[in-house]
Design a protein around this ligand. Structure first.
Ligand code: PLP
Length: 287
């Protein structure tokens, strides 16, 4: 595999950043995850715009124009001869001194990795996954709101660890007021009485690009869809639940905290949206 590191393509084994990189020392940086399906990159522009917005929010200057960076992403796929795969972009503050001050870092570090990736084992996409509500909370507003996709993912990592240790597949995080936010790296949807509901961004979530695509697909198909503040009880008593994310794609949920959701198997609206999403990712996109 070939990895783009600061302007060069190097082998996976040689792909390294300095131990003085502030991405490592302080989690000072931002990232993106993007997918390509059968040679087409899904919503590349939206992902790049979110990357630049996250960087802008933390006063980090990306050392390429958005257009040049898109070309780097496409070139990373070509070099790896990947038509279908996952792309990870990392932009850090770069190499500097041991102090926190970003002024010691003259230039951002840029890494682009492209690999095949399945977030959950294949059978779970058919059977559905089990969620566990973790003690870790998603702050509605910290210094950085969850809409900034920064390298500070320790809360999310720890949420995933708690869920896995409890014997579940994925974490469900509440905000500090106790309302449902999202998974460790996925947005959540519930279906109730034929309507599709998902928490509004202000409760404290990343504004998922897959989430936006699913909302559009629902509207096109005449499925009523809206943003609504959700409690855990809303999730427990939903007819269907699923998660969305670039890495996870659309994954059905059949159990939450020991409660069976609906019939205990992926529901019909989830199935319909999954099929529509699959079709969309194969037709739309940057070749
Ligand atoms: N929520 C979090 C915390 C994430 O890290 C991600 C992944 O990017 C998502 C949700 C899903 O967003 P998207 O569909 O844009 O990948």
């Amino acid at each position: 595999a070939w990895v783009f590191v600061d302007g060069d393509f190097v082998s996976k084994e040689e792909a390294k950043l300095s131990v003085y990189d502030h991405g490592l020392l302080y989690g000072d940086g931002v990232f993106e995850g993007i997918r390509a399906y059968e040679g087409k990159v899904f919503r590349l522009r939206e992902h790049m715009e979110r990357l630049y917005a996250s960087a802008h929010a933390i006063l980090l200057e990306v050392p390429y124009s958005l257009e040049d960076f898109e070309e780097i992403v496409l070139e990373t796929l070509r070099r790896n001869e990947l038509a279908t795969g996952y792309i990870r972009i990392v932009v850090t503050r770069g190499r500097g001194d041991l102090g926190l001050d970003p002024r010691s870092c003259p230039r951002a570090s840029v890494v682009v990795i492209a690999e095949p990736l399945a977030l959950f084992p294949k059978e779970l996409y058919e059977k559905g996954i089990r969620l566990f509500t973790v003690a870790v909370r998603r702050p509605r507003q910290d210094i950085l709101p969850p809409q900034v996709k920064s390298l500070n993912y320790l809360n999310n990592v720890y949420a995933k660890v708690q869920a896995r240790r409890a014997g579940y597949d994925e974490a469900l995080l509440l905000n500090t007021e106790g309302y449902v936010t999202e998974g460790s790296g996925e947005n959540i949807f519930v279906v109730k009485d034929g309507a599709l509901l998902t928490p509004p961004p202000w409760v404290g979530i990343l504004k998922g690009i897959t989430r936006a695509a699913v909302l559009e697909l629902a509207k096109e198909r005449g499925i009523p869809a809206r943003e609504e503040v959700l409690t855990l009880t809303d999730v427990y008593t939903a007819d269907e639940v699923f998660l969305t994310g670039t890495a996870a794609e659309i994954v059905p949920v059949v159990e939450v905290d020991g409660r069976t959701i609906g019939a205990g198997k992926p529901g019909p609206i989830t199935g319909e949206l999954l099929e529509a999403f699959r079709a969309l990712t194969r037709t739309e996109g940057v070749p």
